[in-house]
Design a protein around this ligand. Structure first.
Ligand code: ADP
Ligand code: MG
Length: 258
């Protein structure tokens, strides 16, 4: 069995709609993701990105093929709290402060009060929200709310962070700031990140490798290594190398069936 952190072998997903018609959301998807990698799943709406993320997270069982998480099944990995998840909307509780929102998964884990406090402080520090601990979600900007979502996902100390278009509702300036914050968090915590996006530039800026997905049915049509050096800096967004990578990935789509 593969020792990769996340390994997919011929994964397929066929849904049935209400009329009983089959919809092939994913077909024959295979890849290995190594521990500590930053991977983006890139493709247009409907190409199966969310489906693939849910299969990795054990929220959905594939109809064919296999996923292994460090040699275990996704169900075993989920039981061991190996996954943290971040969605497009941070789904925070309005009546709980920032601190109490981050506490939620720790209460569910029945950690001691002292352990909860120390993890919450560490996470808020990591996402730069220490001075907003006692604010309510409504008092925060969209970008800050999303950082609370990231802090909450990381509080359980997962090995793998799964992010489904976490920044797509944010304005361009906030988004670019959060890219840098996320890369900083990634470097400090050494997580494996699988990041879903439909933005080519976002995928290039963040990733070690970009998995290019094409729709109808969703297939993994290319894997593009991103050769930009680390740490990534904003000036790289205007570099020739950056444009070249974006262009190459755009060609992957144009050469395909999109
Ligand atoms: P993406 O996240 O890339 O936009 P999804 O994974 O959400 O794509 O969906 C992939 C395809 O599967 C789409 O054609 C979508 O309509 C279909 N699909 C997703 N979820 C379901 C479901 N629960 N039942 C039926 N079809 C679904
Ligand atoms: Mg989606």
């Amino acid at each position: 069995m593969s020792t990769a952190e996340i390994s997919a072998k011929n994964v397929g997903m066929v849904y049935r709609d209400r009329k009983g018609q089959e919809i092939t959301a994913l077909q024959d998807v295979s890849f290995d993701i190594e521990k500590g990698e930053f991977i983006s799943l890139l493709g247009p709406s409907g190409c199966g990105k969310t489906t693939l993320l849910r299969i990795i997270a054990d929220l959905l069982a594939p109809t064919s093929g296999e996923i292994s998480i460090g040699g275990e099944t996704p169900a075993q990995a989920r039981k061991k709290l190996k996954y943290g998840m971040v969605f497009q909307s941070p789904v925070l509780y309005d009546w709980r402060t920032v601190r109490e929102n981050v506490r939620l998964p720790l209460q569910i884990m029945h950690l001691s009060r002292a352990e909860q406090e120390s993890r919450i402080s560490e996470m808020l520090e990591l996402v730069g929200l220490t001075s907003f601990a006692n604010h309510y979600p409504k008092q925060l900007s969209g970008g800050m709310q999303q950082r609370v979502g990231i802090a909450r996902a990381l509080a359980i100390q997962p090995d793998i962070l799964l992010m489904d278009e976490p920044f797509s509702a944010l304005d361009e300036f906030t988004k670019e700031k959060l890219h840098n914050d996320l890369l900083h968090i990634w470097r400090k915590t050494n997580k494996t990140i699988v990041f879903v996006t439909h933005s080519i530039a976002e995928a290039v800026y963040l990733s070690d490798r970009v998995f290019v997905l094409s729709p109808h049915p969703g297939r993994l049509t290319a894997i593009e290594p991103i050769t930009l050096t680390r740490p990534r800096t904003d000036s790289m967004r205007n570099s020739e190398q950056f444009f070249e990578l974006v262009g190459r990935i755009r060609n992957d789509f144009e050469g395909g069936s999109i």
